[in-house]
Design a protein around this ligand. Sequence first.
Ligand code: 8X3
Length: 266
Amino acid sequence: MLTVRTIRSFIKTLPSSRATRQICEPLFQPLHARPDLLRTMSASAMSQRLSGKTILITGASSGIGRSAAIEFARTSPSNLKLILTARRLDTLKEVASEIQKEVGDGVKVLPVKLDISKADEVRNFVGNLPEEFKQVDVLVNNAGLVMGMDKVGEIDEADIATMFNTNVHGLINMTQAILPIYKGRGSEGGEGDIINVGSIAGREGYPGGSIYCASKAAVRTFSEAMRKELIATRIRVMVIDPGQVETEFSVVRFRGDKAKADAVYT
Ligand code: 8X3
């Protein structure tokens, strides 16, 4: 039998030239010493696992949502469906054509105008999807926002409603809209992935961020409870808690004041 040991013994019999060493040595390095190889192996495993899947990303017109859409497309460029939602349809269409330009027709992109803070829009969302996009496999609950830096006692009621309606109610409503699809799949109580975008702010509150922090804490505990409810199924619930990421997040927080927003990241 051809084993690593026999190959090694054979290599030892070769004249020890620099060229021989250069070719043979990398073959026997432990995997952790070969990040390039590891990257290639895991990229192709990921690509295989994503192949044929339908991925739904909310808040996909900018920031983390947009980048996630592009990365999914790059990872599985030959057989993937992406449903991208956001309030700005024009921007979504730009993201869609950017993806199509980069990876070609192997990725089918469906841009859908959706304000997840509006319960009725979310309620009608799945029913209005074209048949070929209805079998969602991965839901990325990314849409979320922050308004202002006001301290408790001075926070505008409308801002509280906007943040909770989007970050919490919207995420919960979208999850409830998609779960029946997952539960109807497979023989183990359901199958599918839910990736909720939380925040480091949901783990520790900061002054001027009380409502946003509370909304992200809600995402975290909602997800924890749901994960326990679904533990016996093949429905996986994940939460990602990013820290500061330079996106339109702060521009929205400061109501369009770009200078103030930029100052957050410097
Ligand atoms: C955003 C994190 O710290 O900018 O989710 O509020 S932070």
